[in-house]
Design a protein around this ligand. Structure first.
Ligand code: NDP
Length: 473
């Protein structure tokens, strides 16, 4: 007797109409068809393949790697290279482990394939080593999540090997606590001529704050007059003193003189001289200090109607007390000092040179280890006043709040690494999808903000807006 089976493709079920005798045979055939379809779909997706190479294996890089792995439909091949290969291997192991556990629990969202992942060792201060690495892997995009000191060597190697470039912090010479875009903007013509893209400052600030500003300009303002970028970390990591990202870079930034834009000129202040309480959503009031921050440099250039541009960051009393002591005892110095150091084998001593701030970094808590006990959240956004599309004066506040514990559960890192690593991945995604791809060197506000804003909501950094509220500034 003929047996009739019905295939319900919509509901992915097999319904047997007669008896169950041949159901197993049929089911096997059905699953083979489905497997084949899935494989074909993956192959289709991989036709739009992209090979991305990331440099660095710190807190920000770890988050970016997790997010790249979650978006394997865009990132098909992914190489992580850093000074120590074992740190890159640890990131890949952690991602594989998380995926296996998710499979075990049957979490469908994570059943997507992972990118093909490889790891490598490189000293990013050495252009020749970088060139050898890029020539070996031939990435379309190099994502620089090492330190700002390496920006120029990596850009040089990208030009030599035909790779596009993305970073999250502008170049800073090792021997001078000073950052500005001029060094990287000087690469504009060379990137244009090579037909390559360089995307500068694609973390949170700079990065999302710059995209927020571009979004405000595109959708809400004819002219922006006052821009205040407000960055609050209301988290508690339960350490007496720790920095949330690389301690050397962080302390160099905070101990610099303040700088803000007013009526066409830069106004300098003493470090942390200007401060006032500001109210942050879901957090409340926090003392906020005016700092120089790099995105202001490009934003006032790209939006010349801005009359005043400032950046504010919150610090707790405990943090400032420690910072004061660190400075007073000379531990924030970035020049070399000579020191009589005992040799590791105990055979005597040797006169060595050390940089006090680099030594301090070695004894401070590692920002990557803060996540487990980190409570609270960050809130970063832009407060803008100007002339709206209706010709009247308006205020606008756009921000994201990010909880440290949620960031930790997803990636093993705290919120500050998360809020930087996620936008770095989104910027790379914008490039790989061809949305942020044009020859030259660009700050992120020079691209269309809309697709990036859409991805922020999808990738773990949702944003909110407030119209015509009190900006307090
Ligand atoms: P980490 O110090 O944790 O990580 C830096 C990584 O780069 C480490 O893995 C380090 O190696 C590696 N590295 C350093 N020097 C070299 C080199 N010469 N060659 C190869 N690899 C090297 O820093 P974070 O992850 O906290 O920060 C990464 C970047 O993100 C920094 O540039 C920082 O300024 C920026 N940032 C940007 C923010 C934004 O919002 N825009 C916010 C926070 C950070 P090793 O592990 O061996 O030390």
């Amino acid at each position: 007797m003929a047996r009739i089976y019905r295939l319900d493709r919509d509901r992915d079920t097999v319904a047997e109409h007669k008896d169950g005798e041949q159901a197993d045979v049929f089911r096997d055939a059905w699953f083979a068809i489905k497997r084949n379809e899935r494989k074909q779909k993956q192959q289709e997706e991989r036709k739009t393949m992209s090979r991305v190479l990331m440099i660095g294996a710190g807190g920000v890089a770890t988050v970016a790697a997790h997010k790249i792995a979650q978006n394997a439909d865009v990132f098909t091949e992914f190489i992580i290279a850093s000074r120590r290969k074992e740190k890159c291997d640890q990131i890949v192991e952690a991602i594989n482990k998380q995926w296996k556990e998710a499979w075990g629990k049957g979490q469908d969202a994570k059943r997507k394939p992972l990118p093909v992942m490889e790891t490598a060792q490189v000293d990013a201060d050495d252009v020749e080593q970088l060139k050898a690495l890029f020539n070996k892997y031939k990435p379309e995009l190099v994502v620089n999540l090492a330190l700002p000191y390496q920006d120029l060597t990596i850009m040089d190697a990208c030009l030599a090997c035909g790779c596009s470039y993305l970073d999250t912090a502008n170049y800073e010479p090792k021997d001078e606590a000073h950052f500005e875009y001029s060094w990287q903007w000087a690469y504009k013509e060379r990137f244009e001529q090579a037909g390559l893209t360089a995307i500068l400052g694609c973390g949170f600030d700079p990065g999302v704050t710059s995209v927020f500003t571009a979004y405000a300009a595109k959708h809400h303002f004819d002219e922006m007059h006052y821009l205040d970028i407000v960055d609050c970390n209301a988290g508690d990591h339960h350490k007496a003193f720790a920095t949330n990202f690389n301690p050397e870079i962080n302390i160099r930034e905070i101990t610099q003189k303040g700088l803000y834009w007013k009526d066409g000129k830069w106004i300098e202040t003493e470090p942390l001289e200007i401060h006032q309480p500001l109210t942050y959503p879901n957090i409340g009031q926090r003392e906020s200090y005016l700092l120089h921050h790099e995105e202001l440099e490009s934003l006032v250039k790209n939006y010349p109607t801005i009359r005043q541009g400032r950046f504010w960051m919150t610090f707790g009393e405990q943090y400032l007390k420690h910072l004061d002591v660190i400075q007073n005892i000379g531990m924030s110095r970035i020049d070399e000092i000579e020191y009589e150091a005992p040799l590791a084998d105990g055979s005597g001593t040797a006169r060595v040179k050390i940089v006090p701030l680099q030594f301090l970094k070695a004894v401070l808590p590692n920002p990557q280890d803060l996540g487990e006990n980190y409570e609270g959240e960050t809130s970063i956004g832009c407060r803008i006043r100007g002339i709206g599309k209706d010709g009247k004066e308006h205020t606008y506040y756009v921000y994201n709040n990010c909880k440290h514990q949620e960031a930790y559960k997803e990636t093993g890192m705290q919120g500050v690494s998360y809020t930087t690593g996620v936008p770095a991945m989104i910027g790379a995604m914008m490039f790989c999808k061809g949305i942020w791809k044009k020859p030259g060197v660009f700050n992120v506000e020079e691209f269309d903000p809309d697709p990036f804003m859409e991805q922020l909501n999808k990738q773990g950094l949702p944003w909110k807006e407030e119209f015509d509220g009190d900006l307090e500034l």
